[in-house]
Write a protein that binds this ligand. Structure first.
Ligand code: PEP
Ligand code: MG
Length: 899
């Protein structure tokens, strides 16, 4: 098969539509070349080659060699230089590029082709000996680390990485000579440094640095492929759910140099501000530097233009000031690209001696707020249509807009400790830790941590994930940490230059203050401010644009969105977020929490009652409390349906365990403490989740169901008399047989009639239905529908019972299932459409056969997961129900499902 796709000189074999084959970078390089933008000539080796490479035990396919020859010859013609030629040598870069961007997770080798025979020619042609040796020492550093040590697996003899060895040599040289920066090193010193590097490599790795351009090229290509399965790339893929079999492409491209002197530079830019979405050309650049310097976060970069200067980099000249002509050219390209792709672009460029080159463009990562603002602006500007606008936001990105920020009032009263760049939005309070491992470990014990690092290193990916906030002393807005944090919507501040971090001693020094591991800081990631201790947080303010956006999205959706709520407060919050009803009110939740000591006691008394009289007395005492709680929520949800589920207590959670509780019960029930202990023991089950719960309790003790149903009807009757319009829906949990339903329905009808008589009213609008959460109920849905006016899929239990995975115990093995790719995702997080979904589809069809107008909802955790919402739309459900904070997410997911 053909593995190579060339680009350059206004032509390309591929284009932006071939991301699967060429990776994002390769596809967009081809597209930019076709647009006539200044792209240095090169070629892409396809992702197919990567998968073939791994299939054949890490061997490059035989046919690739000839293809590389042909492709190199084309580049040589375009650049009028020759790879390995002593007089006019061409250098190339080798970069990874997967289907979806994995910033910094794979390897890159630059300056490939420099060796003893090509160095003199390049010096002659550039007239710049310093530059050539600087390029050579970069090649040696990258190649020995990426290709020799990591890819070819040569172990350093003393266990320390070769990169560190070389960095030490270079730092020693600078220290000995009192040099501040790399540019202070003379050409001759740089040359000697390269020789020392090569000797060190021989000494530490036991093999020679290759002095042949062709060997360097093939080594680099293999190393990039291999880095697809490197540790960093693997963990990033797990987190982002990127399949292992995609593979990466390799882009081989002629080198252009940003480090050829003062008229050379390198930079990264966004066509709009990725943090706020403002329509400003936003970016960073470094004079006399190579591309990796900006993203590696080693130097604090200069601002691109005057509008995006911040207090952090105001003292540095912008590109607009330093090279106005080039800046104008770049600004023009920004417009061309944004109109061509109809989306915000993230671009990389290099300026070589006054000439601009484009090295990359791609759709830029952005915060949720920026995504929303850009989508609405681009719609107003006529760049995108309304449907595109609605699909531009990943529903999960809404999350960050609904979560708390640091209270501006509290901020006014205190001065920040330090300022950095606002790389990831929102507020975060946490205890500081200094390594990725500590972040993961502390987070596992339930602590909220801030990961504090000197610079942004992609190897910290898991720690960054575990932390509630990320803080670095160096780096810019486009550094890896910033990109990754922004993608996750995580609070992140980079380049807090006042920080002196000592990871060994686990100390952070800011001015005269010293902070130790575990000390608490507060971050305002939206403004880049760091505070000592814990500041007040505040609900993200009502965002009028957010509301307008959601209103547009709502016009497209068919699914209704309800919430799972069991208090008036949660119900009110969900209403603010746009809930159209309650899909699950879990009655047992009213017995949790500090205010419910007495009701909980009464519930225990009821559970431990032996005789019907004892139980009746306990139920009578409970009744006013249950009725009052239900009424409060029905009142808040006036005119909107509220699904009230009959008690589904995991009994083991309600059986009194402590001696104190048992003694209190023994006094109140006037029975011996030993009898209480015995009754408690009798109630202990080996499989409580499949035990005496849900409807089963109501079959054994019908008076429990009767009490709750009476509470629902009386609460509603009183509201009706007050002029309100409650819409209760009585839901029976954990059913598996239509006769269970009939049993409860008979009770319900009797209590209904009694309530009408008691309050002298003619009707209480209501419905009677069931959860479908046991596979048997799903398969017998036609019979269930004989008595149920609605079904609500309890996909937590349905998943548990379909897989036979205990929902409370999966923590111990789910990761092994994911790591071994047995499951793509945790089925309790995102619905297993193959089997659990199939059961839902079967129930929908059977249910509608018996009762064509049956109402269908879902109230398991999946109701707020975008992929599951999309499934529910396709399956023809009436509504999804999820926790209040996920209501907007479900609304947007439902709209996108309908588009
Ligand atoms: C379910 O099983 O999906 C459900 C919503 O009920 P619970 O989580 O209370 O068992
Ligand atoms: Mg359940």
């Amino acid at each position: 098969s053909i593995y190579i796709y060339g680009f350059g000189d206004g032509k390309a074999d591929g284009d932006a539509s071939k991301k699967d084959l060429l990776g994002g970078k390769g596809a967009n390089l081809a597209e930019m070349a076709k647009l006539g933008l200044p792209v240095p000539a090169g070629f892409t080796i396809s992702t197919e080659c990567c998968t073939d490479y791994f299939k054949s035990g890490k061997q490059l396919p035989q046919s690739l060699y000839a293809e590389i020859d042909t492709a190199m010859a084309k580049i040589e013609r375009s650049m009028k230089m020759k790879f390995g030629d002593p007089d006019n040598p061409l250098l190339v870069s080798c970069r990874s590029g997967a289907r979806s961007s994995m910033p910094g997770m794979m390897e890159t080798v630059l300056n490939v082709g420099l060796c003893s025979t090509t160095i003199p020619g390049l010096i002659k042609n550039t007239g710049n000996e310093w530059f050539v040796y600087d390029a050579y020492r970069r090649l040696i550093m990258m190649y020995s680390d990426v290709v020799m040590e990591k890819a070819e697996g040569i172990e350093p003899r003393d266990g320390m990485g070769i990169r560190i060895h070389l960095e030490i040599i270079m730092n020693e040289l600078k220290n000995d000579l009192n040099y501040e920066t790399d540019t202070d090193i003379s050409a001759l010193e740089m040359k000697t440094l390269c020789e020392r590097f090569k000797r060190k490599i021989k000494e530490t790795l036991g093999s020679e640095f290759p002095d042949n351009p062709r060997d360097q090229l093939m080594g680099s290509i293999g190393a990039v492929f291999k880095s697809w399965n490197g540790k960093r790339a693997l963990s990033y893929r797990r987190i982002e759910h990127i399949p292992d079999d995609w593979g990466t492409a390799v882009n081989v491209q002629s080198m252009v140099f940003g480090n050829m002197g003062d008229k050379s530079a390198t930079g990264v830019a966004f066509s709009r501000d990725p943090a706020t979405g403002d329509n400003n050309f936003y970016g960073e650049w470094l004079p006399n530097a190579q591309g990796e310097d900006v993203v590696a976060g080693i130097r604090t970069p200069n601002p691109l233009n005057n509008t995006t200067k911040s207090s952090h980099n105001r003292h540095l000249p912008s590109l607009e000031e330093a090279m106005p002509g080039i800046y104008q050219e770049l600004a023009q390209i920004r417009t061309t690209l944004e109109h061509h792709y109809s989306d915000m672009q993230d671009i990389e460029f290099t300026i070589q001696q006054g000439t601009l080159y484009m090295l990359q463009c791609r759709v830029g990562k952005r915060t949720g707020t920026a995504a929303l603002n850009m989508a609405m602006d681009m719609f107003d500007e006529g760049i995108i249509d309304e449907i595109t606008m609605v699909t531009r936001l990943n529903p999960k990105q809404l999350d960050e807009m609904l979560h708390p920020v640091v209270d501006p009032e509290a901020e006014k009263k205190t001065t920040p400790l330090a300022e950095g760049l606002p790389a990831g939005p929102g507020g975060a309070i946490g205890q500081i830790v200094f390594t990725s491992e500590d972040a993961v470990r502390w987070a596992r014990t339930g602590k909220k941590v801030l990961l504090v690092r000197d610079e942004t290193n992609p190897e910290d990916i898991e720690g960054m994930r575990a932390a509630v906030g990320i803080l670095t002393a160096r780096g810019g807005m486009t550094s890896h940490a910033a990109l990754v944090a922004r993608g996750w919507g995580k609070c992140c501040i980079v380049g807090a230059a006042a920080f002196k971090i000592n990871p060994e001693q686990r100390k952070l020094v800011i001015g005269s203050k010293v902070f130790n591991e575990g000390d608490v800081l507060t971050l305002n990631g939206t403004r880049g401010l760091v505070y000592e201790g814990e500041l007040m947080m505040k609900k993200a303010t009502e965002n009028s644009r957010f509301k307008a956006f959601m209103n547009v999205a709502d016009r497209y959706r068919r699914l209704k969105v309800r919430t799972n709520a069991d208090t008036p407060e949660d119900a009110a919050r969900a209403l603010e977020f746009g809930a159209e009803g309650i899909g699950l009110f879990r009655t047992e939740h009213m017995f949790y929490g500090a205010d419910s000591a007495r009701p909980l006691f009464l519930l225990r008394k009821m559970i431990l009652s032996k005789s019907i009289d004892e139980r009746r007395r306990a139920l009578d005492e409970l009744f006013p409390f249950v009725k009052q709680e239900i009424q409060a929520t029905l009142a808040v949800m006036d005119e909107k349906p509220v699904t009230l589920r009959l008690l589904d207590p995991p009994l083991h959670e309600f059986v009194p365990q402590s001696l104190e509780n048992q003694e209190e019960l023994s006094r109140e029930l006037c029975i011996d403490i030993d009898e209480i202990k015995k009754r408690s023991l009798d109630l202990t089950e080996s499989n409580p989740m499949m035990g005496h719960r849900g409807v089963r309790l109501g079959i054994t003790y019908p008076e429990i169901s009767a009490m709750q149903i009476r509470a629902i009807f009386e609460a509603s009757a009183e509201l009706i008399i007050q002029g309100k319009n409650p819409l209760p829906e009585i839901m029976v949990p954990v059913t598996c047989n239509e006769k269970e339903l009939l049993f409860v329905k008979n009770i319900s009808e009797k209590v209904y009639q009694e309530t009408l008589e008691k309050y002298k009213i003619t009707a209480i609008p209501h419905q009677f239905g069931t959860m479908i959460e046991i596979p048997r109920a799903a398969l017998k849905a036609d019979r269930m529908a004989e008595h149920a006016e609605f079904f609500s899929f309890g996909t937590n239990d349905l998943t548990q019972m379909t897989f036979g995975f205990s929902r409370d115990d999966i923590g111990s093995f789910m990761n092994d299932y994911i790591d071994n790719a047995i499951l793509d995702a945790d089925p309790f997080e995102t619905l297993d459409q193959d089997a659990v979904g199939r059961l839902i589809e079967i129930s929908v069809a059977l249910g509608q056969k018996t009762r064509p107008d049956i109402k269908l909802g879902i109230c398991g955790e999946h109701g707020g997961d975008p992929a599951s919402v999309e499934f529910c739309h396709r399956a023809g459900l009436t509504y999804v129900s999820c926790s209040p904070y996920r209501v907007p997410i479900a609304r947007l997911a439902a709209a996108q499902a309908a588009i």
